[in-house]
Design a protein around this ligand. Sequence first.
Ligand SMILES: CC(C)(COP(=O)(O)OP(=O)(O)OC[C@H]1O[C@@H](n2cnc3c(N)ncnc32)[C@H](O)[C@@H]1OP(=O)(O)O)[C@@H](O)C(=O)NCCC(=O)NCCS
Length: 209
Amino acid sequence: MELATGMRHGPVELRLVRPRDARALQHELLSNRQWLQPWEATVPYGAVSFDMRLSIRRLLQQYRDGAGYPFVMEYEGEIAGQLNVWGVARGSLCSATIGYWVSERFAGKGITPTAVALATDACFTEYALHRMEICIRPENAASLRIVQKLGFRYEGLRRRYIHIDGDWRDHYAFALTREDVPQGVLARWVNGQVPPDAATIPPADRMII
Ligand SMILES: CC(C)(COP(=O)(O)OP(=O)(O)OC[C@H]1O[C@@H](n2cnc3c(N)ncnc32)[C@H](O)[C@@H]1OP(=O)(O)O)[C@@H](O)C(=O)NCCC(=O)NCCS
């Protein structure tokens, strides 16, 4: 499926990652170790690779295979981070998961919620997906704000679900389906129509951290 060249809202642009982004992304990853490491996906057997050339090659192969949509988030024309739509399941699921990071100096500018909204809208309207999921560690207050802002619905606690920062970590799962957002995720947020309690975690699932 061909991807539109890019999507934009105000100073935030979301576009497909390119091989020539490798150097800039690698620089951001290496100079933001403390900021990113607690939330970074790892693998149970093996080391994390910072070879962005290889990583982008793999992401673009997954994109060609229809298994993912690998984006870069830009702010006022500068690379701010990555947003990856991964785990695309077609058939009777038509579902995917979003992961993201921005460099510390770009935090707090609303880049990620804007980009998540743009990506989810594109996935629902152009890429024929029906459900978008975001999984977040209970400790990640900044990331939990993204699903609160956009009104992703809380769906449950997944124990030891994803290998992050060297171990299997519990995650809260949030999702939206197409029917939840007939007007679109971005429009719903911008127009102040996000249901306030969608992402609220029930007391039984609130973990002591
Ligand atoms: C989580 C993350 C992607 C949020 O992106 P963002 O573009 O900063 O999103 P927002 O601007 O909406 O800010 C979200 C929250 O981050 C927090 N925040 C803002 N500025 C911050 C800063 N300088 N440092 C730390 N946290 C900050 C605030 O709680 C903010 O919520 P608020 O707008 O209600 O005040 C970003 O913090 C990040 O990349 N963190 C490291 C990687 C990570 O956690 N990835 C997600 C894994 S699920």
